[in-house]
Design a protein around this ligand. Structure first.
Ligand SMILES: NC(=O)C1=CN([C@@H]2O[C@H](COP(=O)(O)OP(=O)(O)OC[C@H]3O[C@@H](n4cnc5c(N)ncnc54)[C@H](OP(=O)(O)O)[C@@H]3O)[C@@H](O)[C@H]2O)C=CC1
Ligand SMILES: Cc1cn([C@H]2C[C@H](O)[C@@H](COP(=O)(O)OP(=O)(O)O[C@H]3O[C@@H](C)C(=O)[C@@H](O)[C@H]3O)O2)c(=O)[nH]c1=O
Ligand SMILES: [Mg+2]
Length: 304
């Protein structure tokens, strides 16, 4: 199977690559060879790659910056995916794409289902929602994996931000009224690669029956404050020396940001379990193994 995989410098694409290489030929075009901000060039590139499957984790993910770069965010997150989806529909080549909890307004008091009403609060969320809708409208075989709060031992993410700040500051002030499920790129990659490997050439049929959007996050829930507290506790228990003495829970209103974020980011995982037979680790289990990798990497870099 020939798999075109985008975004391999990113968290999810980077975690997927080695898992997919075990089961097929992975074509991982550079951003220059396959630039989502140039939608008109993508069909010709795909003609050349001749994939049997396209997996597209590449995205514009700078949530605050997107408020000032609306056009670029929509090109990368909506127009590019729309062009890929049109090619996928024309050639009946399955497409796996990724979506976000930020398509919701966060007002609900229950976990969001795949068909819950959307209402993005940010340009990033609106651009991702436009991508989801364009893929659906194109009508090809597709699966849109909707996830939340993604992090890894490397890359730009909340774990790495907190690990850095905890080494520099006495006090961290973290919002406690936004709840969701922190999710490792490796948990997403394991689940997605599992679906690909176990269904092989039958993905088109699987997506016809059970495609569309599926929520996929780590199990359980916490706030950004709860997540930061667990990160700091986990680093300390692994013997990492930190400057931080106090972690203070604050309200969203006390941490002004350019983009608005949803209060409730929780995703209902029953479709994932019932239709795709996939379960994910709890966020605490996933954090524990990611902290092991982070600390091992830091010790290696420090030559210890
Ligand atoms: N990060 C998160 O918290 C969450 C992410 N998601 C979604 O999951 C998916 C994967 O996210 P994640 O792995 O964290 O993202 P990252 O930000 O880690 O990686 C994004 C990747 O997209 C590439 N990219 C950006 N612009 C373009 C472009 N114009 N053309 C081609 N490639 C481009 C980047 O390339 P380069 O490295 O060269 O910049 C990078 O490799 C995305 O769809 C995202 O919206 C959903 C929920 C949460
Ligand atoms: C660094 C910091 C952040 N925060 C808050 C701000 C924000 O509400 C929350 C998380 O901040 P971040 O900017 O790291 O997270 P953010 O970039 O909003 O993360 C999002 O990225 C996109 C791509 C997604 O799709 C989402 O699922 C989500 O993971 O923590 C604090 O309260 N104190 C702090 O010191
Ligand atoms: Mg961010």
């Amino acid at each position: 199977m020939r798999i075109v995989l985008t975004g391999t410098n990113g968290q999810v694409g980077g975690a997927l690559r080695p898992l997919l290489e075990k089961g097929g030929t992975v074509i991982a075009p550079s951003r220059i060879a396959f630039d989502l901000s140039k939608p008109e060039t993508l069909a010709e590139a795909l003609d050349g790659f001749k994939p049997d499957l396209i997996i597209n984790p590449a995205a514009y993910t700078a949530v605050d910056r997107a408020e000032d770069e609306r056009e670029l965010a929509f090109l990368v997150n909506a127009k590019g995916p729309a062009a890929i989806a049109a090619w996928s529909a024309r050639h009946r080549v399955p497409l796996i794409h990724f979506s976000t909890d930020y398509v919701f307004d966060g007002s609900n008091d229950r976990p969001w289902r795949e068909d819950s009403p959307t209402g993005p609060l940010s340009v990033y969320g609106a651009s991702k929602l436009a991508g989801d809708l364009a893929i659906r409208v194109a009508g090809g075989p597709h699966l849109i994996v909707r996830t939340s709060w993604v992090y890894a031992a490397s890359g730009a993410n909340f774990l790495r931000t907190i690990a850095r700040l905890a080494g520099e500051r006495k006090e961290l002030r973290i919002v406690a009224d936004q709840v969701g499920a922190p999710t490792t790129a490796s948990a997403i990659a394991a689940a997605v690669a599992g679906i690909v490997v176990s269904n092989g050439s039958n993905l088109e049929g699987l997506f016809a029956r059970n495609g569309g959007v599926v929520n996929l996050a780590c199990a359980g829930e916490t706030s950004w404050y709860g997540f930061a507290s667990a990160i700091v506790a986990g680093l300390k228990s692994r013997g990492v020396k930190l400057a931080v003495e106090m972690i203070t829970p604050i309200a969203t209103a006390d941490f002004p940001t350019r983009a608005k974020r949803p209060g409730n980011s929780r995703l209902d995982l029953s479709r994932l379990r019932d239709r795709l037979r996939v379960t994910t680790p709890t966020w605490q289990e996933a954090l524990s193994s990611e902290l092991d990798s982070l600390v091992a990497r830091q010790r290696e870099l420090a030559g210890r």
